[in-house]
Design a protein around this ligand. Structure first.
Ligand code: MN
Ligand code: MN
Length: 327
């Protein structure tokens, strides 16, 4: 494994992710693991550079496309383009960050605080986007989309004096399928969307960690291929500079109990990027940076035909369950 050097991020078969700390020069490397400070020596054949795992393929065949303008999707595959956390700034997204795709996904926080003018303008942007189908969920900032929250607390907290008529919010999203704890089938893929996230200063679609979130995630249908959520699951694309990993543990358990090919999220702007485990590709598509500039490129991935994807993902999930991890 010529390309490996100290400092390379690797996936260790059966163990998880770590970093190469030392070449033992006997065919093994010393690996330090991220989360718990553990370390150990492993044979090269049990190591795979994380970059290879994420960029080239996931076991299920989902393929991240770093240069969508110049890499056409393979015949019979479907191209997804993912945005999130555009926060009312969609008009400032550069044109070269808007590659054509078959399906556009937006993982929530399309407004600053649910302003109806922003929803209307976002809908115009969506309608003009060169994608056949567009799927959108809300985030904690899209406060007019959660009527009971908005009426009881959101309006008085954020729109003092002149509240919006929040019954008008959802009908403004005409140019997309809006998912809220619902599924849609697109080109044979089962896609489930849900806006909920662990509570954080009493925003919309907040729930306490534990039982209440577990209940929401228990509604994810077992045949889901692609999950669109606002906040990421724990352990993947959920790193923050101030508080470490803050993703939802309950969501991660729900993902592990199923065979889901791709999880698309946003919410934690600092965790923009992609990651993978043995079964699932994880995307954090936050378009806005931590400073709320909409300059992150959308994340683009291609999926093989639905039946192929599902078969490969089920096989990988089964192997994980039986402890026969395959990289
Ligand atoms: Mn956000
Ligand atoms: Mn958010």
């Amino acid at each position: 494994m010529e390309l490996m050097e100290i400092g390379t991020e690797v996936f260790v078969k059966g163990k998880g992710r770590g970093i190469l700390a030392l070449n033992n020069e006997d065919g093994t490397w010393n690996v330090e693991f991220y989360d718990d400070g553990a370390e150990g020596d492993f044979y090269e054949e049990d190591l795979m550079p994380l970059e290879d795992l994420v960029r080239r393929w996931s076991p299920a065949g989902a393929r991240v496309v770093p240069a969508p303008w110049t890499s056409p999707r393979p015949e019979g595959w479907t191209r997804f383009v993912c945005f999130s956390d555009t926060h009312g700034l969609h008009q400032l997204i550069p044109k070269d960050h808007m590659p054509p795709a078959d399906v556009l996904l937006h993982a929530g926080d399309f407004t600053n605080t649910g302003e109806l003018e922003q929803i209307e303008s976002f809908n115009e942007w969506l309608e003009a986007y060169p994608a056949e189908q567009k799927l959108v969920i809300a985030g904690n900032h899209d406060i007019t989309l959660q009527e009971d929250y908005y009426r009881s607390r959101g309006a008085s907290r954020f729109h003092r004096g002149v509240p919006y008529d929040c019954s008008k919010a959802r009908p403004l999203l005409k140019g997309c399928s809006y998912l809220e704890d619902t599924s849609v089938e697109v080109r044979g893929y089962q896609i489930y969307g849900s806006p909920w996230q662990p509570e954080f200063f009493d925003w919309a679609f907040n729930l306490p960690r534990g039982e209440e979130l577990r209940q929401k995630w228990s509604a994810i249908p077992p045949d889901t291929d692609l999950l669109l959520v606002h906040g990421p699951p724990a352990g993947h694309v959920d790193m923050t500079s101030r508080a470490g990993r803050v993703g939802c543990q309950d969501l991660q358990e729900a993902v592990h109990q199923r065979s889901i090919s791709v999880v698309v999220s946003g919410h934690l702007h600092s965790a923009y990027g992609t990651d993978a485990d043995e079964v699932t590709l994880y995307v954090n598509a936050s378009t806005c940076t931590e400073q709320y500039n909409p300059t992150h490129k959308p994340i683009v991935f291609d999926l093989p035909p639905a039946h192929e994807l599902r078969e490969a993902t089920k096989k990988a999930a089964l192997e994980r369950k039986e402890g026969k991890l395959q990289l």
